[in-house]
Design a protein around this ligand. Structure first.
Ligand SMILES: NC(=O)C1=CN([C@@H]2O[C@H](COP(=O)(O)OP(=O)(O)OC[C@H]3O[C@@H](n4cnc5c(N)ncnc54)[C@H](OP(=O)(O)O)[C@@H]3O)[C@@H](O)[C@H]2O)C=CC1
Ligand SMILES: O=C1OC[C@@H](O)[C@H](O)[C@H]1O
Length: 402
């Protein structure tokens, strides 16, 4: 068997998700049957200080060869880095991803990809012009569970699909969690493009898109029309509850239009008791049966296929590898413990690394056009409900400091 190709990662920002993602890079790909690549943590950069980057590298168990930088610019200049993971708040993705692309680096960028569709289209244009890889880090798309669900649909197991209903709500009101200072938290801070839609709603939309759009042959994929409503989080003006009804065009001979219903909110939880008692967070409806996906929506643990002929198929989806995983808060003080080592972010990392090695410029499970269409849906939802972020973070101008 040929030796795995080493892909050298640079980590841009040292916050919560950067830590989780980078720890996942240290879990051997062989534990999940991936033999063509190996991840190496080559460098990390903090915008605040080099010592923060240094502490970060120690905390995530990076090799001693990994370099710490006190600025993002130094990271993108590093010749030893193949791909950069951007883990700043949404507001900063356009500026930070563009910094990487302009310097000739491949990019895996956290969700939501950018603040608006024009920003993303600009990044795509630059990536294409420079022949670079660019992908949104929606880890959920890369889980074996998601691959299985998409296969159930494309194989016709539940017949012609007509509707998907998906929710990601987490009782995560930052004021309850952190007091009045919570208004500065990235979840509701408009200066950081906070709000339920861009932070959590993107997962409900991910399920709608990966079941109703991505499962169609490429030529049949069309942007949906959008109807939406929103409740604002009064202290900051971000959205705290958003409901979207999407209609996807489809040829009458193939079943006609499909509905996607995506909801998100910060007051209720998809999994209030952490035991899954509340039932599925996603339901995909076909004319021969349905697929249910169980919470949490961003990292589901269980699926159920129920067919009209009486078949019921339950599946449990655990993380591979020994050891302990880290927990997620459900907003009611409980945690949802991962079963295996790592958090499951390694699957998206594998896909990005394999693409770099193979010379692919997009992820297989969410291409750049699909990401743009999703950003466009979120733009339309914000338009319909008057949610505008500060000009600087909506801007296409580059470079901008904020
Ligand atoms: N895939 C997933 O499951 C998750 C994804 N996310 C996504 O990851 C991104 C980051 O979230 P998270 O890690 O929770 O956020 P954190 O607030 O924990 O970290 C963000 C980091 O970004 C850097 N940063 C640069 N400029 C700013 C600024 N003006 N304000 C705040 N931080 C800044 C800082 O790193 P430094 O000082 O080192 O430069 C900071 O530590 C978001 O896009 C979010 O949607 C978040 C949670 C889960
Ligand atoms: O991406 C995310 O998924 C998990 C949530 O806990 C987090 O707030 C969100 O940003």
């Amino acid at each position: 068997m040929p030796e795995p190709k080493v892909v050298k990662w640079g980590i841009l920002a040292t916050g919560g998700i950067a830590e989780t993602f980078t720890k996942d890079l240290t879990v051997d790909p062989k534990t999940r049957g991936v033999t063509s690549i190996k991840h190496e943590i080559a460098a990390a950069a903090s915008s605040s200080s080099i010592s923060r980057a240094d502490d970060f590298l120690k905390k995530v168990g990076a090799p001693s060869s990994a370099k710490a930088y006190g600025s993002y610019q130094e990271l993108v200049n590093d010749k030893d880095v193949d791909i950069i993971y951007v883990a700043t708040p949404h507001s900063h993705h356009y500026q930070n991803a563009r910094l990487c692309l302009e310097a000739g680096k491949n990019v895996l960028c956290e969700k939501a990809f950018t603040v608006n569709e024009p920003q993303l289209r600009k990044l795509v244009e630059i990536a294409k012009a420079k022949n670079l890889f660019l992908m949104e880090a929606v880890w959920t798309r890369y889980f074996p569970l998601s691959i299985y669900v998409r296969e159930q649909i494309t194989s016709g197991r539940i017949g012609t699909v007509y509707r998907t209903v998906a929710d990601l709500s987490m009782a995560d009101d930052p004021q309850n969690k952190y007091g009045p200072d919570g208004n500065k938290h990235r979840m509701v801070n408009v200066d950081l493009a906070g709000g339920a839609l861009l932070d959590l709603g993107i997962y409900a939309l991910t399920w709608v898109f990966q079941t109703l759009y991505h499962t169609l042959p490429e030529g049949d994929r069309k942007a949906p029309s959008v109807l939406s409503t929103m409740v604002k989080y009064e202290p900051t003006g971000a959205d705290e509850s958003t409901a979207m009804l999407l209609t996807f065009p489809r040829d009458a001979k193939k079943g006609g239009p499909m509905h996607g219903i995506a909801t998100t909110g910060l007051r209720t939880s998809i999994n209030p008791d952490n035991k899954g008692t509340a039932g599925p967070c996603v339901r995909v409806y076909g004319d021969k049966g349905e697929i249910q996906i169980f919470p949490p929506t961003f990292r589901p643990t269980k699926t159920k296929v129920i067919l009209a002929d009486g078949t019921v198929e339950d599946k449990v989806w655990e993380q591979p590898g020994p050891g302990k995983g880290s927990g997620w808060t459900n907003g009611f003080g409980g945690t949802m413990q991962a079963e295996g080592e790592g958090q499951g972010m390694f699957w998206e990392a594998d896909e990005a690394a394999m693409a770099v090695v193979e010379g692919r410029k997009e992820g297989r499970f969410e291409g750049l056009e699909e990401s743009c269409v999703i950003m466009g849906v979120m733009d339309e939802v914000r338009n319909q409900n008057g949610l505008v972020y500060p000009e600087k973070i909506e801007s296409l101008e580059y470079p901008l400091e904020f």
